[in-house]
Design a protein around this ligand. Structure first.
Ligand SMILES: [Zn+2]
Length: 300
């Protein structure tokens, strides 16, 4: 059968049509939303499996890293396909590993920003003017949401420290990247994700970003049980490098918040290598490198 999710750039219309088709074709695919973006685009939450033992994967946090959304949606289709036929993915029987576990995937946490990165300022209605001003016409490097807030600088984990660091770097207002907002959790997208994590007992979380072939796994002084072991296994499978937080990537991220809030493991995985936005031609190669990690992540 032909795959629904193609190795192509995925604007909002394509994304929503894929999700509709996936839910029609695969009877076990569960599609819901965990909230809406600032411009009221649905934050789709796709799940598969049974029970209340949850693992969460998030992509499309940074707009120009839209390739992560395609990767996660494609992974979800592969899982649904194998689940339906009782087949294997990366050597694991998908129906078996999801018989008492449930995977939740949010492929696009920042749909407004991704639409800007792919199609320009007209995608964001009333925010067109501010978007034109701060991007200076080059939308391909847009990372923030429609309000010019970097969602991965907006979580409540060392936000004040990060805010001071941003100010020292001259980032004091909405921007295409690295502006953390007026306060932690000021953004609809951030609130939607933190609400979901507070409502469900999520065992661990992986956020996909690009690029660098690196895995970030720690935050602050507390080290959740199993976190380092999992990070080492993920690194061994992907041949990615384990790295420590530095500079403006030290606080305010989803992984940082998840670790400090719940003392459970969370990872930022920087997929691919090159200059963002990574070309869609890299998708297949990246997918093959991370597929096994995404499968193993479900059972760890
Ligand atoms: Zn990123």
């Amino acid at each position: 059968m032909q795959r629904i999710v193609k190795n192509k750039k995925m604007n909002w219309d394509t994304y929503t049509s894929y999700i509709k088709k996936l839910s029609t074709r695969y009877p076990h695919a569960e599609v819901s939303t965990c909230g809406k973006s600032h411009l009221k685009r649905e934050l789709f939450s796709l799940s598969l499996g049974k029970g209340t033992n949850y693992v969460l994967y998030v992509g499309g946090v940074h707009a120009q890293e839209w390739i992560t959304s395609v990767l996660l949606l494609r992974f979800y289709e592969d899982l649904c396909d194998r689940y339906a036929c009782g087949g294997e993915l990366a050597g694991l029987n998908v129906r078996e590993i999801l018989s008492d576990r449930r995977l939740i995937i949010i492929p696009e946490l920042n749909p407004d920003g991704i639409e800007i990165a792919l199609t320009g300022a007209q995608a964001v209605g009333e925010y067109k003017a501010i978007c034109e001003k701060v991007s200076k016409g080059d939308y391909s490097c847009w990372n923030a949401n429609a309000r010019g807030v970097d969602i991965n600088h907006n979580f409540d984990a060392g936000w004040e420290v990060l805010h001071q660091m941003e100010r020292r770097e001259g980032i004091t207002a909405p921007s295409a990247r690295r502006y953390g907002g007026t306060h932690a959790e000021s953004e609809d997208e951030t609130k939607a994700l933190t609400r979901l994590c507070r409502e469900l007992p999520i065992r661990h979380a992986i956020a996909l970003h690009s690029q660098g072939e690196e895995i970030y796994w720690e935050y602050g002084k507390s080290m959740p049980p199993k976190a380092f072991l999992m990070a080492k296994i993920f690194a061994a499978i992907t041949e990615y490098t384990l790295v420590k937080n530095e500079g403006l990537a030290s606080h305010g991220g989803f992984k940082d918040w998840f670790i400090s809030e719940f003392s459970r493991p969370a990872f930022t995985v920087e997929v691919g290598k090159g200059q963002n936005p990574l070309p869609i031609s890299q998708l297949e190669e990246i997918y093959l490198k991370i597929e096994e990690m995404l499968c193993i992540g479900i059972i760890m």
